[in-house]
Ligand binder design. Sequence first.
Ligand code: 5AD
Ligand code: SF4
Length: 481
Amino acid sequence: MYDDNPTIQHLVKTIDPMRQGEVLDYKAQSGADNGKRFYIESFGCQMNFSDSEIVAAVLHEAGYRSTLRMEEADLILVNTCSIREKAEDTVRKRLYVYNKVKKSKPGTLIGVLGCMAERMKRQLLEEEKLVDLVVGPDAYRDMPKLLDSAEEGHRAINVQLSREETYADISPVRLQSNGVTAFISIMRGCDNMCSFCVVPFTRGRERSRDPYSIIAETRDLYDNGYREVTLLGQNVDSYNWVHPETQETVTFARLLRMCAGVHPEMRIRFSTSHPKDMTDEVLYAMAEMDNICNYIHLPVQSGNNRILELMRRGYTREWYMERIEAIRRIIPDCAISSDIIAGFCTETEADHRETLDIIRRANFSMSYMFYYSERPNTFAQRNLQDNVPLEVKKRRLTEIIQLQNTLSLEHNKKDIGRQFEVLIEGDSKKSKAEFKGRNSQNKMVVFPKIPGLRPGDYVHVEITEASSATLRGHIIQNSAL
Ligand code: 5AD
Ligand code: SF4
């Protein structure tokens, strides 16, 4: 179904529905087992995976336990993504699969969570009767109540968005975890209103989570063997928490330092940065603290100023390049990745060439690349014409992907002969005789195992081979930070 679009194919791999269900939970769960099982699939961004872990925590508290087998579930949940039309199409297809299972096991409940909930509620519940339960991203605490009412055969829906909900007090149940790396949501929603983006509508207003709950979660993860956390937000640079009474203020730069201070062996990553908001203070915090990884995901979207203006991104190509130069100056060994949209409304060939040009100049180590997909109710849908023909969008996207692949390969080839500290995450995909892990720059490194080492250990690896996606090498020294 995604055969025509290699980028989305790549994305589907990263949102593999097999990453589901199994709970590798390091804590005794409080709720007594009610005998019921839930099965959950997550699509879309890292934030959705993180949200599924909050949902799992709420369900555990209510007595549910997870299963990896859809067929034995009493409750089948799908955490959905609305960012592009194809993401929604994928979820719809899954709903038919779940309904087949339900036919052979009547009484099974099917629930849609996340970004599609608000958009599709009526259609899904009433017109197509595909689901029993619809829960928006700010309503997960309400799930036990909604489940009771769905079990009694009532419509169960809560898509209310909140200005306050951050789930700060909920300790996520880690789903399908490798026991080494974890996500922590530090904020929810987005106030940016980029003209192409549906997120502000599906996830609501931006709010920052209490930093002390973030630190506590980081420490708890460290105590339980985790060695890397990724702080998640739609725009982490606008993180800003103000204590309701003392007015103490915590910015993102300060939060980074606080998290990095938990333990020098706990790596800190974050995503996503916004070019209009990324400050030098953040860069200095990264430069000063060894355990904040040298990697920034800084989506450019387009290299043309007129298109950037139409996208309402709040920066120009010159501003973007100045931010790139600041990163190179302050953190010389930092890898930078990007998101790019091909064929936005009114984009000309000359505009497209400017996008290719900025990709080259910024020298991204990798990018997530998409062609524009018009989304209902966005500024672009209401005010601009989606007038670049699909074949043109696809051709431009292919050119962008080809260029990025070349750059990624060049970038990785420069690493041959270098030594990196790598955090072991587990066995490599292809062989049990090899480990995989990431270096600070977020590059996947594969190397032969040495007895005595295990996931969660840091090792030094010398790189001997490079492809556009992976580095290969061998361990030169077992190390601690
Ligand atoms: N069409 C295509 N890509 C989109 N993105 C967001 N909205 C759209 C859309 N309507 C991309 C942007 C964003 C990433 C998460 O998804 O590049 O940074
Ligand atoms: Fe969407 Fe822009 Fe917010 Fe990112 S910053 S979630 S692209 S509105």
